[in-house]
Design a protein around this ligand. Structure first.
Ligand code: 5GP
Length: 351
């Protein structure tokens, strides 16, 4: 369904449990949500508590969520103190929760002056907070990111598909397999390397073969989205290599270290980020924990947790990899939907 004009949608970049929020004026009126949920913000009139609904919920009633500014302010405080803040309400707010539940919620759109006084940000605080629609990868605090529906039009360049994977996910193999099945639609970005060309290889097909000097210059000029060394040779994928795939109207699939995400998250590429995690059956995990604590399986699990914590907010889709064939089929399905359906993207990508 098309979005109505002037409606504000936010992707939540954190989990929110109103029952654990000591600052809320009314815990029962809070709207719980999880990182990644899309929230329709019904009113932002109050600077501290917004009213929102979760997209996809059948519940018609809006609930309270902390505003972006307030959440940022709390996080800034927590960062400074190393603890969660407990913004004790001032004396006059004693009966506020009840009043709020009775009068405020049924009448969406009203603001509560008392609340404003209790939690209003000073001008200085507000200036210090990052603006709406800013890249959450760049922003210091993960709160919300304003989003909108986006569907790729036939004449537009295909979105970039970015695979990131935790230990054991073997995303390169997955990528190669999906591309081999459908090379007219999907392609890799041809990497650069300083290693010598093998007889069967062609420049510009397997790799762009360049001198060490050229490679170093390209690194300095920020041409690569990522680069690394293998057996004393340099390898890297350039921004231009992605563009040249897209210029052929093919969907470019890259597999990168998650650090590259920040670089790729632009309106030009509109990346769709898939996080591939290998499934480790619970029984195997328990056996392994008992027999070899800190072993391979633990490492795999740890790697997935770490990526999820650090980059989870930039991920559009998690793909649990059972085996190669089923993961490949699932990825194929995702890629097909990406061309047909609309998806939530940061509003700054389409403005
Ligand atoms: P080969 O020289 O056998 O073609 O590739 C050897 C290794 O180079 C690969 O297994 C991979 O680890 C690394 N490699 C290939 N392409 C890239 C790339 O684009 N970036 C990085 N960082 N490493 C690459």
């Amino acid at each position: 369904t098309p979005l109505k004009n002037n409606q504000v949608y936010m992707r939540a970049l954190f989990d929110y449990i109103p029952l654990e929020d000591k600052a809320t004026p009314c815990q029962e009126a809070g709207l719980p949500f999880k990182r990644g949920d899309i929230l329709q913000v019904v009113t932002q009139d109050d600077p501290t508590w917004w009213q929102a609904k979760r997209v996809g919920d059948s519940n018609l009633r809006a609930g309270l969520i902390p505003s972006k500014q307030f959440q940022e302010r709390r996080l800034a405080y927590r960062m400074k103190m190393g603890t969660l803040p407990n913004p004790k309400s001032p004396k006059k707010s004693l009966c506020k929760p009840l009043v709020f539940c009775f009068f405020f919620l049924p009448i969406c759109g009203l603001t509560v002056a008392g609340l404003r006084r209790s939690f209003r940000l000073s001008r200085k605080d507000r200036q210090g907070s990052s603006g709406e629609g800013s890249d959450p990868g760049e922003s210091e605090f993960l709160t919300y990111e304003e989003v909108t529906r986006y569907q790729q039009r036939p004449n537009e360049r295909p979105r970039l598909v970015v695979l990131i994977g935790s230990l054991g996910a073997r995303i390169n193999e997955l990528k190669q397999r999906v591309i081999a099945e459908n090379p007219h639609r999907y392609a890799v970005a041809v990497p650069h390397t300083t290693r010598p060309k093998k007889p069967h290889e062609k420049d510009g097909v397997e790799y762009h073969f360049v001198t060490k000097q050229q490679f170093d210059a390209d690194v300095l000029n920020n041409k690569f989205i990522e680069h690394g060394e293998y057996k004393e040779n340099q390898y890297g994928t350039s921004i231009e290599a992605i563009r040249s795939v897209q210029a052929k109207n093919k969907m470019c699939i890259v597999d990168v270290q998650p650090e590259a995400l920040k670089r790729l998250r632009t309106s030009e590429f509109k990346p769709y980020v898939i996080f591939v995690k290998p499934r480790v059956p619970e029984s195997r995990r328990r056996r392994s924990a008992a027999t070899s604590p800190g072993g391979d399986l633990q490492e795999m699990r740890q790697s997935a947790i770490q990526i999820d914590q650090q980059y989870g907010h930039l991920v559009d889709r998690v793909l649990i990899k059972e085996d190669s064939a089923s993961a490949c089929a699932e990825l194929r399905g995702i890629l097909e939907r990406l061309e047909r359906e609309s998806f939530w993207v940061p509003i700054s990508w389409v403005r």
